[in-house]
Write a protein that binds this ligand. Structure first.
Ligand SMILES: CSCCC(=O)C(=O)COP(=O)(O)O
Ligand code: MG
Length: 227
């Protein structure tokens, strides 16, 4: 029996186009000025991590290259999160979640399911995104948020850590993502997994894992409360 649903964001609850065409350009514009900030300890720490990983290279250029290739690197995600704060707080950014997402999350939560997020986006940016969506503030629905500080999403060990943190048998956790390698890792850790194959995102179906086109179909397939 599923007791907790662990959700990815990009490609699962939020269209990839919103991240690629709205959030990333916003961060790319703000990043050069942010990288000049030598007083903010979060910026200083992230820059130091980049320099350690890429000695002799300009950390801004490294970030720009990462962004172009959509590399899920923790220091980049931290820095992007800092840039997005201003945008979400002043209303320039508003997350346009898939329409099936808010009603399904409400129904699951009302029906007693526990909900948590696991995304490459930093925890502060996850909270900003769900706190400032077109559909309102959804953060109260989630009991926990996990990001790359728990480990990479393609590593089974990350899902073992999350399982320990939420205190449930792994099979009672349903992980939802669009990415096959993430679902494989979750299954290796014993979690129940389901791939969101979003037509709008052109998701490529991954063998060896159940699939659903939206969260309503997830409810039907796994016997979860229906919106
Ligand atoms: C607050 S998430 C912003 C989008 C993002 O930067 C990202 O990397 C999302 O990755 P995910 O693991 O949710 O697919
Ligand atoms: Mg994703």
């Amino acid at each position: 029996m599923i007791r907790l649903v662990l959700l990815d964001i990009e490609g699962t609850t939020l269209p990839i186009s919103f991240v690629r065409d709205v959030m990333f350009p916003y961060a790319a514009k703000a990043l050069p000025a942010l990288m000049q900030d030598h007083t903010n300890p979060t910026v200083v720490g992230a820059r130091a991590d980049i320099v350690m990983e890429h000695p002799g290279q300009d950390p801004l250029k490294v970030c720009q290259d990462w962004m172009k290739a959509d590399v899920k690197a923790a220091p980049l995600k931290t820095l992007q999160g800092l840039t997005w704060r201003q945008g979400f707080e002043d209303g320039t950014l508003k997350a346009d979640l898939y329409p099936d997402v808010p009603p399904a999350l409400e129904a699951w939560s009302k029906g007693g399911l526990r909900l948590a997020i696991y995304s490459s986006g930093s925890i502060p940016s996850q909270k900003l995104l769900y706190g400032h969506s077109e559909q309102g503030d959804l953060t109260p629905l989630f009991e926990d948020f996990f990001d790359l500080s728990t480990g990479g999403k393609k590593d089974a060990a990350s899902y073992e850590k999350i399982t320990a943190a939420v205190g449930l048998p792994p099979a009672e956790i349903l992980f939802l993502s669009d990415i096959g390698a993430e679902l494989d890792a979750a299954q290796r850790a014993g979690l129940t997994a389901c791939q969101l194959v979003r037509e709008q995102d052109g998701t490529v179906p991954h063998p060896g894992v159940p699939q659903a086109p939206d969260l309503n179909a997830v409810s039907t397939q796994f016997g979860l409360p229906v919106a």
